[in-house]
Design a protein around this ligand. Structure first.
Ligand code: AQP
Length: 333
């Protein structure tokens, strides 16, 4: 039976890219009758410096964001990564299976370590091995993510295959990325060549889940565009990354395809389209953000949900870790 796992880093406030690229897909998977596990990956977050108080706050807020978006703790296992020790234990074994060269080829490593890679944390380099452990400790087969995670998921398959081959077993399954929807790669509102991200220094580049209606409208109004209006077919978006981005965002929020949006909106100028997009974004995000602030008033309840989730996750992970250790030949497994 398929099992679904995915995670998001509590490294800052959730943004529209996380919502459209990942969380909407998490909720879709929950609606199918399969086991779903969704994780706040705090151990991934600390691969770059996180202020401790902010990490705590961001982890709880992320849990609130999951629940407010429609993830039901009675249906999905919602938990915090560091609360399930099996992740780190399997990650160590995978650190010894994966090769340095594989890690150094990852575009996320190159982007985040930058020119000063000697000074990046060792954890940042090993990030994809921990991610492989997150997934494979549950023998998860489906991973809903945004497009930027495709390369890491290929590496997860490489690690599973090398482990199976090195130890002569058929133990870890091959996982499939689930990259679906009209906005699998939401771009910055200021620069159509960069993805929308938590760490972009410009707050105008992203729409946060907790932004007010006024802020959402302002950010969309000021979003970079070209002087032409909207085409009536998607071919007309070629070489127009900013226009394409806004159309894709509209499509994903409306749960339509870009073709359907353009069939309706083609010919409109951005002066007319942007307010429609802003209204749609507010209609979709405002109830989520209201529910998030309500949930954040009772952080003890959030912590209880996460503790319960961690216990349920650990029940699945423990026998898989035990078997892995036996395969490796560790005494006392
Ligand atoms: N721009 C995006 N479009 C579509 N999907 C996206 N995701 C992230 N950005 C976009 C998806 O969200 C999930 C969680 O991602 P993450 O926790 O790795 O963090 P992040 O949001 O990707 O981190 P940022 O925003 O890029 O922050 P920094 O700047 O700290 O690295 C994943 O499924 C991802 O694909």
């Amino acid at each position: 039976t398929p099992r679904v796992f995915s995670g998001i880093q509590p490294s800052g406030g959730l943004h529209l890219g996380n919502y459209l690229g990942a969380i909407q897909g998490f909720v879709k998977k929950q609606e199918q009758d399969i086991q779903t596990l969704y994780c706040m990956v705090d151990m991934h977050a600390i691969t770059v410096w996180q202020d401790p108080a902010e990490l705590t706050q961001n982890t709880r807020e992320l849990a609130a964001g999951f629940i407010a978006s429609g993830l039901d703790p009675a249906q999905s296992i919602l938990f915090n990564q560091s609360q399930v020790a099996e992740h780190a234990q399997l990650a160590w074994i995978f650190n010894c299976v994966a090769r340095m060269g594989w890690m150094k080829r990852m575009t996320q490593w190159k982007d985040k370590a930058g020119k000063n890679s000697e000074n990046a944390s060792l954890g940042l380099l090993a990030y994809p091995a921990l991610m492989a452990a997150d997934i494979l400790i549950y023998h998860a087969t489906e991973v809903p993510v945004g497009e930027d995670q495709k390369q890491h998921l290929e590496l997860t398959r490489d690690i599973a295959a090398k482990f199976n081959n090195d130890y002569g077993v058929d133990f870890f399954p091959m996982t499939e990325p689930v990259i679906e929807g009209a906005a699998t790669r939401v771009m910055s509102l200021r620069d159509g060549s960069k993805k929308m991200s938590k760490s972009d220094p410009s707050d105008m580049s992203r729409i946060k889940m907790t932004d007010s209606a006024e802020d959402i409208a302002k950010k969309i109004r000021k979003a970079k565009t070209d002087p032409e209006g909207l085409p009536s077919e998607v071919e007309g978006l070629t070489d127009r990354p900013e226009a394409r981005n806004l159309v894709n965002i509209y499509a994903a929020l409306a749960e339509q395809s870009a073709e359907e949006v353009l069939a309706e909106m083609g010919g409109k100028q951005f002066g007319e389209f942007k307010p429609l997009l802003a209204d749609l974004a507010v209609a979709k995000l405002a109830p989520i953000s209201t529910e998030m602030s309500r949930l954040m008033q009772d952080t003890a309840e959030i912590d209880r949900i996460l503790a319960k989730g961690a216990a349920a996750a650990s029940e699945i992970a423990a026998p898989i870790l035990k078997r892995t250790k036996e395969i490796v030949g560790m005494v006392g497994a």
